[in-house]
Design a binder for this molecule. Structure first.
Ligand SMILES: O=C(O)CCC(=O)C(=O)O
Ligand SMILES: [Fe+2]
Length: 344
């Protein structure tokens, strides 16, 4: 059980984000006025927003994702799990991540990100509708992948320990039934609130190497510290269309499915545009125009590549534009950050 919980927010709630910006910023809400998921998120460091996308539509998105995989014409067939093999699929890591092939800019990925219930949850929590969204990976987590290395636990937080406080709200839209054994997100409840103390007390430790400062991996000693401080690991379960949200400081990773149920999701992380510099927005525009990805961080500090490798060489099936170019609504286009770039 979690013995050290974040004190539930005081009567008037503020989280330590940059000044809530512009158009829709309104007076802070009292605890009682908040949605239950909002209170859960503040207290536990994660929550589930039920039905952020209507279930029917979520399942249609999952169909489009299957169609995208089948469209490579390598032999994957959604109705035949024996076709789940790296030779029959685009490059997908043992964690289920698909990062290349302009997948993050497929029309279905953008439609998911721009779903009103998804954007609306971020607007509520962040207190503004001037937001940018990450061009994040897509997850195709298939069960029984003997053709890939095992997905060993990789507990981490997606935030630089030297930059404490709340900085980024991560999310994923879950698109298929996701029960306790179906793989997916596992979080360390309440660890967001212990993050500063953790890093003060564990500063002596040698760090697990990371390619970005905005990632910290928990060692065995770190995991023991969390357990000793009463933190419990929870596998988050969800239905198609549920939005999972977590504070970037919350320790988490993902598990592979132990059933025959695949796990599909699209990561959707948002931040106030006010937290990004003009340089960030220009880099983000460039990433959008080249149809490459970012990390979970919407400010596009790091941008990706569309070049996947297959058996150590460039995948002959690489592409640098989506199969279906995104048709963006005005609302979705604002999330690229492009309209917020000031003329020079
Ligand atoms: O797939 C998930 O649920 C979590 C993924 C994750 O933590 C990451 O990519 O940093
Ligand atoms: Fe993560």
């Amino acid at each position: 059980m979690l013995s050290v919980q974040t004190p539930v927010a005081p009567a008037v709630l503020k989280h330590d984000i940059a000044a809530p910006s512009t158009t829709t910023a309104s007076a802070p809400k009292t605890d009682a006025q908040l949605d239950a998921w909002h209170r859960d998120l503040l207290r536990d460091g994660y929550c589930v927003v039920k039905g952020a996308v209507p279930k029917e539509r979520a399942l249609q998105y999952a169909d489009r994702m299957h169609g995208w995989l089948e469209g490579f014409q390598l032999g994957y067939d959604r109705n035949d799990l024996s076709t789940v093999h790296k030779d029959k699929l685009p490059a997908i890591t043992e964690k289920g991540m698909c990062l290349n092939y302009a997948v993050t800019h497929e029309d279905w990925a953008w439609k998911i990100r721009a779903e009103p219930g998804v954007v609306g949850a971020f607007e509520k929590f962040l207190g503004t509708d001037d937001l940018i969204v990450s061009f994040d990976a897509v997850n195709f987590g298939f069960p029984n992948r003997k053709d890939l290395p095992p997905n060993k636990p990789w507990p981490h937080q997606d935030q630089d320990p030297l930059k404490p406080g709340f900085r980024c709200l991560q999310g994923l839209v879950n698109l298929l039934p996701n029960g306790p054994d179906d793989g997916g997100l596992i979080v360390c409840k309440g660890s967001h609130a212990l993050s500063t103390q953790f890093h003060e007390e564990m500063a002596y430790e040698e760090k697990i190497p990371a390619w970005t400062n905005e990632w910290y991996g928990f060692t065995d000693a770190g995991m023991k510290w969390l357990a000793d401080h009463g933190c419990e690991w929870i596998k988050v379960c969800a239905e198609p269309g549920d939005l999972l949200l977590w504070d970037s400081r919350t320790a988490h990773y993902n598990l592979s499915s132990k059933t025959d149920q695949p796990r599909f999701c699209v990561y959707t992380c948002f931040m106030p545009v006010a937290d990004a510099s003009q340089e960030d927005l220009k880099r983000k525009k460039d990433a959008f125009e080249r149809r490459v990805g970012t990390t979970h961080w919407p400010n596009a500090r790091h941008t990706g590549s569309n070049v996947a490798k297959r058996d150590g060489v460039d995948d002959p099936h690489n592409r640098d534009r989506p199969v279906e170019e995104p048709q963006l609504s005005e609302r979705a286009f604002r999330l690229t950050g492009i309209p917020y770039i000031k003329a020079e």
